[in-house]
Write a protein that binds this ligand. Structure first.
Ligand code: HEC
Ligand code: HEC
Ligand code: HEC
Ligand code: HEC
Ligand code: HEC
Ligand code: HEC
Length: 407
């Protein structure tokens, strides 16, 4: 393998006169590096004649279509760095991850690569690998060229990825073990109590059952809470949009994008046009290359809106107005959303419980005297003038009445 790798690389720099030599080297390399050839011996031969027609014939014999399970398996091994490509051993999965990620990972995931390929019948993995167009692709794919056969194997794997989606993250293995372990102990205690009667002291059964019920109860409570309250919720988004890069590093004002927060109940999520204001010109990003920004252009071409995943959501029975807080209350976004400009992925920092709303309404004085919005509260203004009170909280303005938050 080492020999064929170096012969391939040096042949890249070879002059035109060397083409025949180069092609022979390539063909022999192909012949000895593929363990389970799907190429017929004579079609491998064909590649030595580097005429256009021969190349076309080879490519069409690897046209998109049915892939055998063996091809899928081989494609998966190539992608995961368990088998070498002709140009060397490349672990695509070390960047193009195959499982759900907890932190931002700027590389395209395996399932995203697969989805983009499936959508476009003219898409060629080989073209992208062998003639990289962006700086990011040139850097990250340096030395990784692929053959038509390898493309076919990768496509076979892509097809599997498209059907299967990302590998699941293990869901709290320790908690799961405790849950089932405790369940088993409780079952044994009941069986022994009723039938086998091996343990003489009934106190043992009682303790096991007592602790078991407490543990299971605690799990049930935690699950029930997580159903309606989603503090720390930070879902993966269809485009890796980063507030840290936009609102933080590039200091774009929150209300440039979320402009309805000032006058409406809800804060809008910006439409694709807002992104295009800048990304018509900025075609690639430092971290993600052009892959993520291409999605903005794809949405502009097709007119299909980007389906952002909602992060904050109050239950339907409660009412909340951004304008009331941002415009009348003069609150900063950060008071309720935390330092969004430091987050790559938006996270819900507060629990959005009724207690949280009420605590702020009771404890914090509003900017009462300087805000013309509160001019109508004449009785309270008079009390301040007479020195009866020194400030007004939102609670005193009706922020504690059930009806102001519940219909
Ligand atoms: C360049 C446009 C842009 C700017 C500037 C921007 N945002 Fe966003 N914001 C978005 C997009 C797009 C989303 C939806 C995707 C996501 O959740 O990351 C979003 C989502 C959010 C969400 C979550 C919404 C939900 O689904 O519950 C909050 C909260 C938020 N932004 C607050 C802020 C704050 C605070 C600032 C200023 C520090 C800010 N944004 C600046 C574009 C922007
Ligand atoms: C007083 C607390 C508070 C302040 C201040 C606040 N938000 Fe929100 N924000 C919320 C709550 C609560 C929700 C969930 C609303 C719902 O589900 O109806 C929310 C939801 C959002 C959403 C999701 C869309 C929506 O309206 O449901 C965005 C985007 C957002 N806020 C952006 C902002 C921005 C930008 C600012 C500053 C200009 C801001 N918020 C100021 C509490 C606040
Ligand atoms: C006011 C200008 C502006 C707007 C509006 C804007 N962006 Fe950006 N965006 C930038 C700048 C500047 C960069 C940084 C480019 C770089 O890395 O050199 C960037 C980078 C990005 C990146 C790549 C990040 C990286 O480092 O790889 C993505 C993805 C992106 N933006 C998505 C969006 C989306 C989605 C929207 C609309 C919700 C949007 N942008 C709106 C200015 C903007
Ligand atoms: C060092 C990290 C890294 C490795 C290893 C890597 N890639 Fe990539 N790849 C990237 C990045 C980053 C991009 C997005 C760059 C861009 O679009 O500008 C990308 C983009 C691609 C694209 C183009 C997606 C599109 O539609 O625009 C394909 C196809 C691809 N990679 C295939 C592979 C294959 C096959 C391998 C293994 C032989 C591989 N990559 C190994 C980082 C890597
Ligand atoms: C960080 C402090 C803060 C938090 C948290 C907060 N509020 Fe407020 N709220 C205010 C301020 C300040 C006002 C402005 C006083 C006014 O307009 O009457 C206000 C006013 C209101 C009003 C108008 C009251 C009236 O009748 O005049 C409603 C309704 C309201 N908030 C609902 C909510 C809900 C629902 C939540 C929780 C999801 C919430 N608020 C969380 C500070 C907060
Ligand atoms: C400042 C706004 C606000 C006021 C005032 C308020 N609530 Fe709520 N309430 C909420 C929000 C937001 C929720 C949903 C969040 C949650 O589930 O904790 C809620 C939830 C509830 C629930 C459902 C509890 C649950 O756990 O699902 C009940 C019942 C309720 N409120 C009753 C009341 C009553 C009665 C009053 C008057 C004494 C009142 N609320 C005043 C904001 C308010």
């Amino acid at each position: 393998m080492f020999f064929s790798l170096s012969s391939f690389q040096s042949s890249e720099q070879a002059t035109q006169a060397d083409t025949t030599l180069q092609d022979t080297a390539r063909a022999s390399q192909q012949a000895d590096s593929i363990e389970e050839p799907i190429l017929e011996p004579d079609s491998a031969e064909k590649e030595t004649q580097a005429t256009d027609t021969a190349e076309l014939a080879v490519e069409s014999s690897f046209a998109r279509g049915d892939y055998s399970t063996q091809q899928t398996r081989r494609g998966e091994r190539l992608f995961n760095g368990l088998a070498p490509f002709e140009s060397g051993l490349h672990d695509c999965a070390s960047c193009h991850y195959t499982d759900a990620q907890e932190e931002i990972n700027w590389n395209p995931s395996a399932w995203e690569l697969a989805a983009v390929w499936q959508e476009d019948s003219a898409y060629s993995i080989m073209e992208i690998m062998n003639n990289p167009l962006t700086t990011k692709l040139m850097e990250d794919h340096a030395g990784m060229t692929i053959t038509p056969e390898e493309q076919h194997l990768l496509e076979a794997y892509y097809t599997k990825v498209n059907e299967q989606g990302p590998d699941e993250l293990p869901a709290y293995p320790v908690r799961t073990a405790i849950f089932w372990g405790m369940g088993l102990l409780m079952l044994l205690a009941i069986i022994d109590l009723l039938f086998t009667r091996k343990i003489r002291f009934k106190a043992v059964h009682v303790i096991v059952l007592f602790v078991g019920i407490a543990v299971h109860g605690q799990f049930a409570m935690a699950e029930a809470k997580a159903l309606s309250r989603t503090q720390d919720y930070a879902p993966e988004q269809p485009i890796k949009f980063s507030h840290l890069i936009h609102a933080g590093e590039n200091e774009i004002d929150c209300e440039y994008c979320h402009f309805t927060a000032d006058y409406s109940l809800s804060a809008n999520i910006p439409s694709n046009n807002v992104c295009m204001n800048c990304h018509t010109v900025i075609r690639s990003g430092t971290n993600s290359g052009s892959f993520e920004i291409n999605k903005i252009h794809k949405a502009a071409e097709t007119g299909n809106p980007v389906e952002w995943v909602r992060v904050h959501k109050l239950p339907d029975h409660s009412f909340f107005s951004h304008a009331q807080h941002v415009n009348a209350g003069k609150l900063d976004c950060a008071e309720c959303h935390g330092e969004v400009e430091t987050m790559h992925i938006v996270k819900q920092v507060e629990d959005l419980s009724m207690g949280w709303c009420l605590t702020c309404h009771r404890e914090n004085e509003v900017d009462f005297l300087d805000n013309p919005y509160f001019g109508i509260y004449e009785r309270l203004h008079e009390k301040i003038r007479n020195g009866e009170i020194d400030g007004v909280t939102a609670a005193e303005l009706g922020g504690e009445d059930c009806m102001s938050c519940h219909y």
